[in-house]
Design a protein around this ligand. Structure first.
Ligand SMILES: Nc1ncnc2c1ncn2[C@@H]1O[C@H](COP(=O)(O)OP(=O)(O)OP(=O)(O)O)[C@@H](O)[C@H]1O
Ligand SMILES: [Mg+2]
Length: 241
């Protein structure tokens, strides 16, 4: 970081309402870039601080919120997930350094969200990606993020399951499998929204079908706890059309 950039960061420090210590210098510079370009006005508070990523709520110039997902570089060695990259031809040429792997996951999530948007899947709208920092639509009401399904359970039983399966079918038709689906990666608004697409793979991936089976099995098992039962094989057949 140059002196000039550092000065700008300090001048803009009040724009980072959250503790700026949680951002490393590179992330700070990327956020600064977003602010200068008029993409973000302020970075407000952490919605989630996890093992692999932190998610923040941010405000756009003129109001309105977005979610900023920052993949953690320091946990890169624990990203034991090359299998999700290796089989995906879109990422055939990434260098397998720790930083590059993390950046590839962020870019993968962004691309997968673009596929979802085109396919009409209920998922956050992808806005911007720079290195490990992804800006996407905020899923929530006012400035309150929707709860994840594990927190509140299905809100409309059968209808919620139908919506999720319908989204999985749309994704499959668009050539995409989520590969990390569970009640933790569904946010409950008026309808369920799917999130966390970093591990999503294209159908050409050698394990795509196995990942799909796992996704669907996990969701069906979860809904069964609430008395909403579906046959796994029939459901998979339906998704595969
Ligand atoms: N677009 C969004 N709008 C509002 N909240 C979001 C959005 N995306 C994610 N979140 C919140 O952030 C949490 C973490 O997001 P996500 O599942 O994408 O990250 P993760 O990869 O699971 O992170 P980790 O594994 O480190 O916990 C979600 O459970 C949800 O509460
Ligand atoms: Mg998650």
């Amino acid at each position: 970081m140059t002196k000039k950039q550092l000065k700008e960061v300090y001048q803009l420090k009040e724009r980072f309402k959250t503790e700026s210590e949680v951002f490393d210098k590179r992330v700070l510079l990327i956020l600064l870039g977003f602010i200068k370009k008029g993409i973000l006005q302020t970075v407000d508070y952490p919605i989630s601080t996890g093992k692999e990523a932190n998610v923040f709520m941010a405000t756009r110039p003129g109001g309105g919120h977005v979610a900023v997902k920052i993949y953690k570089m320091e946990t890169a060695p624990f990203f034991r997930k090359e299998e999700y990259l290796d089989g995906d031809p879109r990422f055939a040429d990434i260098r397998h350094s720790d930083r590059e792997i993390v950046k590839a996951f962020a870019r993968k999530e962004f691309k997968n969200l673009q596929v979802c948007e085109r396919a009409g899947v209920h998922a956050p709208k992808p806005y911007y990606i720079t290195d490990n920092v992804l800006v996407m639509g905020f899923l929530g009401e006012g400035d309150l993020p929707y709860p994840t399904m594990n927190m509140v359970g299905p809100l409309h039983g059968e209808k919620d399951l139908d919506s999720i399966l319908d989204d999985l079918r749309k994704m499959y038709r668009a050539g995409l499998v989520h590969a990390d689906l569970s009640e933790y990666n569904v946010m409950m608004g008026d309808v369920p929204y799917l999130i966390d697409f970093g591990q999503g793979v294209v159908l050409r991936h050698p394990h795509a079908e196995r990942f799909l089976e796992r996704d669907v099995a996990i969701i069906l098992k979860y809904f069964a706890k609430y008395g909403v039962r579906r046959d796994l094989d029939k459901t998979l057949k339906w998704i595969r059309g």
